[in-house]
Structure formats: C-alpha cells, structure tokens
Write a protein that binds this ligand. Structure first.
Ligand SMILES: Cc1ncc(COP(=O)(O)OP(=O)(O)O)c(N)n1
Ligand SMILES: Cc1nc(C(=O)O)sc1CCOP(=O)(O)O
Ligand SMILES: [Mg+2]
Length: 208
C-alpha cells in the first residue's frame, strides 16, 4: 500500500456528522492522512449511513480512503473504499469476496497465527494492538514491537499498529516496521485541536 509509515485516522466512537465535517476537514487539511475509518460503536445503521454520507465526500475530496468499521455488507452497500473487521465481525472470507477490489483490514490482536490467517484470506492489511494503554476502548491484548519486526520482515502485506499511540510514543513502532499508525485520541483529543494532532503525528513519524 505505501512506502514509509503513514497516519491511519479513526473517528471518535460517537459524533454528530454535520458538526464533525468541519473538524474532519481541518484535520485532513493539516497533513498526510492515508485513510479514515468510521468507527461508531453501537450506532443504528441509519445513523452510520448518515455519517457515511456526510463524511465520505470530505475524505474523497482530499484523496483519503474511507473505511467502515465492523460491517463489510454495509461498507459495500454504501460504496465505501473498504471495511475493517475484527475477529468477531463476521465472515472474513465472505467479506473478501464481497469487497473485491476494495480494502479489507483485519484485527489480529497480538497473534502471529491470526495475522497469517488474515493474510491467507486476502486481507489488504493486518492490525496489531494494543501497543499502549488506551482510554478509547477496553483492550484484552498487548502487542510488542517484535511482532511488527517479524511481520514486516516476513510479509509484504502492510501492518497497522493501534492502541494508545501518540506522537510521544510512536517512534519505536515506526522503526519496527509499522506501515500505518492508527489513532483516535492522539488526534481528536489533542489539546490544540485535531489539526495540531495530525501535524504532531506526521512530525513524529518523519522524525522516527
Ligand atoms: C485499524 C484497526 N485496528 C484494530 C481495530 C479493532 O477492531 P475490533 O477488534 O473489531 O474492535 P472494534 O474497533 O470494533 O471495537 C480497528 N477498529 N481498527
Ligand atoms: C479501536 C481500537 N482497537 C484496538 C486494538 O487493540 O485492537 S485499540 C483501539 C483504540 C484506539 O484508540 P486510541 O488511539 O485512542 O488509543
Ligand atoms: Mg470490530
């Protein structure tokens, strides 16, 4: 997918699509963002649809891929660029067929076995985490840089690192071979705003 590590942005778990459009535009205009994942936990399908309709054009106007979390069928129906699926988010092989030509990302926690399986099933990227403690989600798995080193030496399929990543702690992950750093709090909760969060992450990745 890329050469060099890039920023993979994930939305806050709850948002008002109309209000968030501007925040998103400012964040994407601040620097390099490879993709946005819409991750609205526990939202009704109609609300997810409204959010896709409001936010996907903001991404596409800036050449940023738009990925929907959790639901490959809805991602396909709404014309998203792809879907991110966890281990409990349905049939990965079926999603691969449905999302022919689109992006399929799969959560692999800290498991080499899950990552190999995801690769065999045609994932476009595998996601490892959590690398650091996070307030965004309760996590049951803890990943280390050895996993990124092993994967990036062995495999061509890109890997995403996630979980508590900030500008201050990301350098070892970049050096270990992460192709993407996925973040929520580091951007949306940045004390100087989301644009500053993107700039800080871009600078930290470049300096790693
Ligand atoms: C890039 C990326 N990596 C991991 C996850 C986590 O997915 P999952 O395990 O399905 O958990 P939820 O995000 O659905 O709570 C992700 N969303 N994105
Ligand atoms: C959505 C998600 N998945 C994780 C995993 O380990 O699979 S950690 C996580 C939360 C990421 O948010 P933040 O950047 O604020 O820590
Ligand atoms: Mg999920």
């Amino acid at each position: 997918m890329t050469e060099g590590c890039r920023l993979y942005l994930i939305t806050p778990p709850r948002l008002d699509p109309a209000a968030f459009r501007e925040t998103l535009a400012a964040a994407l205009d601040a620097g390099d963002v490879a993709c946005l994942q819409l991750r609205l936990k526990d939202a009704a399908q109609d609300d997810v649809k409204r959010a896709v309709e409001a936010l996907m054009p903001v991404c596409h106007a800036r050449d940023v891929a738009f990925i929907l979390n959790d639901d490959a069928i809805l991602a396909h129906r709404l014309g998203c660029d792809g879907a991110h699926l966890g281990q409990s988010d349905g049939d990965h092989a079926g999603a691969r067929m449905l999302l022919d030509g689109k992006i399929l990302g799969i959560t692999c926690h800290a498991s080499r076995h899950l990552a190999m399986t995801a690769g065999e099933q045609g994932a476009d990227y595998v996601a490892f985490g959590a690398f650091f403690p996070t307030d965004t989600k309760e996590t049951a798995h803890s990943a280390g840089t050895d996993l990124l080193e092993w994967w990036s030496e062995m495999m061509e399929i890109p890997c995403v690192a996630i979980g508590g990543i900030t500008a201050a702690n990301c350098a070892p992950l970049v050096r270990a071979g992460a192709d993407f750093l996925a973040v929520v709090g580091a951007v949306w909760n940045h004390p100087d705003g989301a644009a500053a969060g993107v700039r800080a992450m871009n600078a930290a990745i470049a300096a790693a």
